[in-house]
Design a protein around this ligand. Sequence first.
Ligand code: KG4
Ligand code: ZN
Length: 358
Amino acid sequence: MSASEPLVLGIESSCDETGVGVVRGTELLANAVASSMEEHVRFGGVIPEIASRAHLEALVPTLRQALDTAGVTMDDVDAIAVTTGPGLAGALMVGVAGAKALALATGKPLYAVNHLVAHVGVGVLEGGELPESLGALLVSGGHTEILRVGSLTGDVELLGSTIDDAAGEAYDKVARLLGLSYPGGPVIDKLAAEGNPKSIRFPRGLTLGKFMGTAEEPGPHRYDFSFSGLKTAVARYVEDCRARGVEVPVADVAASFQEAVVDVITKKAVLACQEHGLRNLLLGGGVAANSRLRALLAARCASAGIGLRIPRPGLCTDNGAMIAALGSQLVSAGVAPTGTEFGTDTGLPPSIVSLPAA
Ligand code: KG4
Ligand code: ZN
């Protein structure tokens, strides 16, 4: 560790995790996370208003905890970074207001950063600098994207994304259909291990020729995803079983649904890497915990000669360390801070890594 490397505090509040992380250069010093997930269980999904209130309560204690764990004070901090988008409007606002207050009170430079790019930036905390030729596959409850990352601090391109539900959202909705608990991902992952993934042929969204096109003439959704048709197909299947008075083969449905999701995600991610000459892929987001996704992606990357990087689970889900890690890369690259004159942006595209000064 070199004292000349920037000490950066990162604040994350885009969904249901209040995260505060402390990073020096590429070294992780603290990653404090408070989640309001328990409060959303009875609704089967994140309720924005509840998430915002929970952020308000958790922000200061989480900040204290992160500074304590890192053994630093605000005086030691060189810069602050905060998620400004994409995410839930009210939730983002709490983190941004807190970060602005801290910046104004301490005079420290403030960076308003992109949540999606931070999911990639967290990679520097494990294994140091990111490879030059890099793709990223981000799969969570709130987003599903394929990115091309030329440079973490200035060249990020969105190659594909979901046109309806996020991958994790599909897991959560299908779990609800099957009468399973929230969040659905871990439950379906476990149940699927006991089922036959080939027993039901569920649709693979946006894989038809008219959507895919060819490498030379790409169709309109070559690298995009859609999970709502799959969700409807599962719903129809379950209704049909009930109408016929037969027991729903829950493990088979879980396994077949999971195979449909993971098959498309891995195929399109590998295809995007191959067609953009990307020799490495980073996986991020809460769904990165999925055992079948990890196994199939590892196999398909290996046969395509693509190096796969998966940060440890606590760094894949939403957290403050990823925001601090991206902030630290921005400071080191000499990117100018945003200042305090900015607003949140629920639809911030990944091509905007951090907001320029007003
Ligand atoms: O990144 P994350 O913690 O936060 C949000 O973006 O909300 O991701 C949470 C999502 C949930 O939809 C959850 O069902 C899903 O990740 N998830 C999983 C697994 N573990 C969590 N999905 C599939 N398999 C898993 N093992
Ligand atoms: Zn996220």
